[in-house]
Write a protein that binds this ligand. Structure first.
Ligand code: ADP
Ligand code: MG
Length: 341
C-alpha cells in the first residue's frame, strides 16, 4: 500500500538543507564570517571552544540587522542580497541563497544580538533547534554578535560524524586563515580556547596579513604579483619561489572575485606552470585572487558556494598559467611596496 504523502515541516526541511550547507563547525564559521563581510564589517572577531563543537562566537561591527528582520533572517530563503536570479550576474556579496542562518539555527542553539546604525538599542534573539525561545531589546554597540552552541545537538547522527576537537580545529584554522587573507582590509582576531591565534591589521596590506598568519620563512619565499590591468582577467597575490614546495596542496589558495573557492582547474593551471621546477610530489604555494567579470562565472553550483564554474574555463586556465610562468621565468623577487624587510 502506498504511504501517505505529506509536506515536511519547516524545521525538518532546514535540517535536511543543513546537511549540504553545514558540514561541520568550520562551515558555520565560513558562513557567519561571510555574512559579516557582506555586512561591511571592518572588524571581525572569531572565538571558538572545543573545535567549535560546543561554542562559536562571531562579532562584527557591520551594518547590523533591523529588529523587524531579526526573526526573518532565520527563515529559509530570506536574504537582503538578491531579488531575482539575474542578480547573480552582478553579484558583489558572498551570500545570496538565504539559507545559512536557517540551516545553522535548525541544528544548534543560537543567541544573536544586533544593532543597526543610528538606533539607541539593539535586539537579541535566542533560538534552539530553529524554535525562537526569546526576543528582547538590549543595549548593544553597532554590529552583530552571534553565538552558536552545541552544533548538531538535535541530530545525533550528524553529531557523531564530527571529527576530534583537533581535526575540527585544523579545518577551522584553515578557513579563518583563508578568509582573513581574502579581506586584507578587514581586521580579523581569532581566539581558540582563550588563546589568541592571530590578529590581522586590516589596513589593506596583504603582506602584513601573511606575516601575521604564516611563518616568516614561508613569507620570505613568496613572490609578489602586483595587480595588473590585464584584460579580461586580473590576477594578484603571492606565489612561492621555484624549488620552495610543500608536501600537499593545502596552501594552494585561490579566490575568485575575492570569494574563497576550491578549483581543480586553477590548481591544475598553477601546477602546470611549476612543472619541472618542483621535485616530484611537491606542490607550489599560492595566494591568488583572480578577478573575472561576474557574468563569466557561476557561483551557484553547490549550496556551500565553494565551487565556481568558469564559462570559459580553458581561457582562465591558460591566462593563469601564462602569468605564473612569466613571473617564474623572470625569477626576480618582487617585494611588496608597503612593507620594510
Ligand atoms: P545570505 O547570506 O545568503 O543572504 P544568510 O542566511 O546567511 O543568507 O543570512 C540571511 C540574512 O541575514 C542576510 O541576507 C542579511 O540580511 C542578514 N544577516 C546575516 N548575518 C548578518 C550580519 N552579520 N550582519 C548584518 N546582517 C546579517
Ligand atoms: Mg550568508
Amino acid at each position: 500500500m502506498a504511504r501517505k504523502v505529506k509536506m515536511l515541516d519547516e524545521i525538518t526541511i532546514n535540517q535536511i538543507a543543513a546537511g549540504e550547507v553545514i558540514q561541520g563547525p568550520y562551515s558555520v564559521i565560513k558562513e557567519l564570517v561571510e555574512n559579516a563581510i557582506d555586512a561591511h564589517a571592518t572588524k571581525i572577531f572569531v572565538e571558538i571552544k572545543n573545535g567549535g563543537k560546543s561554542y562559536i562566537r562571531i562579532t562584527d561591527n557591520g551594518m547590523g540587522i533591523d529588529p523587524e528582520d531579526i526573526e526573518m533572517v532565520f527563515e529559509r530563503h530570506s536574504t537582503s542580497k538578491i531579488n531575482e536570479i539575474e542578480d547573480l550576474d552582478s553579484l558583489n556579496t558572498l551570500g545570496f541563497r538565504g539559507e545559512a542562518l536557517a540551516s545553522i539555527a535548525s541544528v544548534s542553539q543560537i543567541e544573536v544580538t544586533s544593532k543597526t546604525k543610528g538606533k539607541d538599542t539593539g535586539i537579541s534573539l535566542e533560538l534552539s533547534g530553529g524554535e525562537i525561545l526569546s526576543k528582547k531589546e538590549v543595549s548593544a554597540t553597532q554590529g552583530t554578535t552571534i553565538i552558536i552552541r552545541n552544533l548538531f545537538f538535535n541530530t545525533p547522527a550528524r553529531r557523531k560524524f564530527m571529527k576530534s576537537v583537533k581535526a575540527e580545529t585544523t579545518k577551522i584554522n584553515e578557513v579563518i586563515t583563508r578568509l582573513a587573507i581574502s579581506k586584507s582590509d578587514i581586521s580579523f582576531r581569532y581566539v581558540n580556547n582563550n588563546n589568541l591565534m592571530f590578529t590581522t591589521p586590516g589596513d589593506n596590506n596583504l603582506s602584513k596579513v601573511l606575516l601575521s598568519i604564516f611563518p616568516k620563512d614561508l613569507y620570505q619565499n613568496m613572490i609578489y604579483l602586483p595587480p595588473t590591468e590585464e584584460i579580461p582577467y586580473k590576477i594578484s597575490g603571492f606565489i612561492s619561489q621555484p624549488m620552495y614546495g610543500r608536501g600537499n596542496r593545502n596552501l594552494e589558495i585561490f579566490f575568485v572575485n575575492n570569494r574563497l573557492v576550491k578549483s581543480q582547474s586553477l590548481s591544475k593551471a598553477l601546477e602546470k606552470a611549476y612543472e619541472n621546477k618542483l621535485m616530484i610530489h611537491r606542490f607550489p604555494i599560492c595566494v591568488l585572487n583572480i578577478e573575472v567579470p561576474p557574468g563569466e562565472i557561476d557561483v551557484n553550483i553547490h549550496p556551500s558556494k565553494t565551487e565556481v564554474k568558469f564559462y570559459e574555463e580553458k581561457k582562465v586556465e591558460n591566462f593563469l598559467m601564462d602569468r605564473i610562468t612569466e613571473v617564474l621565468t623572470k625569477g626576480t623577487k618582487i617585494v611588496h611596496p608597503n612593507i620594510q624587510q
